[in-house]
Design a protein around this ligand. Structure first.
Ligand SMILES: [Zn+2]
Length: 239
């Protein structure tokens, strides 16, 4: 996977800067600082930031926020499911942290064209770190009758140091929401705490409880996909 920041176009860096700004807005709101923008025809058409604490919903990652803005907008404008799929196939996502398994599965199912991310998500990443859903393989979903995802181009390492720095600052100053115990939202924050800790000790070789977290991420994927199907935003036939 490409990860050469010096090869990035000025546009790519500019869009990632906007994603970083979203991450900073998340931090200002005492949320885990991850942000994103979705771009179509060179224009930002949606932005999102992590809102898991505010919503007390562990699926409200930055990517999901931006995706849902577009799904609702296009649905209101009367676009058919086929037209929505066509729109997504022309969209680029810029996100400060590698999409987790849940978000990568969603992006794959929606058929996004390309994803550019900042830092890797060593514990939960769905674009090469844990699973490679960007390659179009989503067997766990397929085997349970959920739409199979398509592949998408993925480039990591863009402004990664800025992205990690935000996460590190957030956790070093103490996650103000970390006292929520077994709350599922707090569990979500654990994902990002682990990213930071793994960045701090890259050579430790510890796999931690990645398997359990992997299962957890897949459960979140089911929650999101099934909610979208229930809300008629996704169907098996047209994706
Ligand atoms: Zn995610």
């Amino acid at each position: 996977m490409a990860s050469h920041e010096e090869d990035c176009s000025p546009d790519t860096l500019a869009f990632m800067e906007l994603a970083i700004q979203q991450a900073k807005l998340a931090m200002d709101s005492l949320e885990v600082p991850v942000g994103c923008v979705i771009v179509e025809d060179g224009k930002v058409i949606a932005s999102g930031r992590n809102r898991t604490t505010e919503t007390r919903n562990a699926t409200r990652h930055a990517e999901m926020e931006a995706i849902d803005i577009l799904l609702e907008h296009w649905q209101k404008n009367g676009l058919s499911k086929l037209e929505v799929a066509e729109k997504f196939s022309n969209c680029y996502l810029y996100v400060t942290c590698e999409p987790c398994i849940m978000c990568a599965a969603a992006l794959s199912i929606l058929g996004i064209k390309e994803v550019c991310y900042g830092c890797a998500n060593d514990k939960f990443g769905g674009c090469g770190s844990i699973l490679s859903l960007h390659l179009g393989s989503s067997e766990p979903l397929k085997s349970h009758g959920v739409p199979q995802g398509k592949g998408f181009k993925c480039t990591g390492g863009i402004m990664a140091s800025e992205a990690v720095s935000l996460l590190r600052t957030f956790y070093e100053q103490g996650n103000p929401n970390g006292e929520e115990g077994c709350d599922i939202t707090a569990s979500c924050d654990v994902q990002f705490a682990l990213i930071v800790s793994s960045k701090a000790s890259q050579t430790s070789g510890s796999t931690g409880n990645a398997l359990n977290m992997h299962t957890y991420s897949l459960i979140l994927t089911y929650i999101w996909v099934l909610s979208q199907v229930q809300n008629q935003k996704l169907t098996v036939e047209n994706i």
